[in-house]
Write a protein that binds this ligand. Sequence first.
Ligand code: HEC
Length: 116
Amino acid sequence: MKTYFSLVVTILAFSYIFSNGNKEMTLHDFMEDYVESAEKKFKKGDKEYLKKILLEIPNFAIDEDKTKWKEITDEAIDSGKLMSSCKNCHKLFKKEYKKSYKKRLIQVPEELILKK
Ligand code: HEC
């Protein structure tokens, strides 16, 4: 009984540690639901949310594309032309990604999830 109890406590502790608030979705849904909202905010003069998103996007790439994605988003952030990143990345990666990774799930950190 005692062992059973400590097992339950351990499982609870672990599930607490790993329930880090990330939200799982496809990159496509992330782009449509969050990046587009960020674009709208940006056009109204609120640049912070889009900037936060751009800082995070390279983490959603498959390993071999990560460096290039980071170059694209870094360049946009450094130049202040945040919207240039969309085309720069889509031109190079969108078609391929759709073809091979459409169903791949990414972990979006809690702080990027818009409270609606
Ligand atoms: C570093 C890469 C990268 C950046 C930067 C990026 N995207 Fe994307 N985006 C992608 C990829 C890859 C897909 C394809 C995902 C899929 O369909 O599986 C995509 C898909 C989309 C889609 C879905 C519709 C479609 O045409 O497939 C929208 C909308 C979108 N992006 C908006 C944006 C906007 C707006 C920005 C800029 C503020 C942006 N994205 C910046 C990589 C990027």
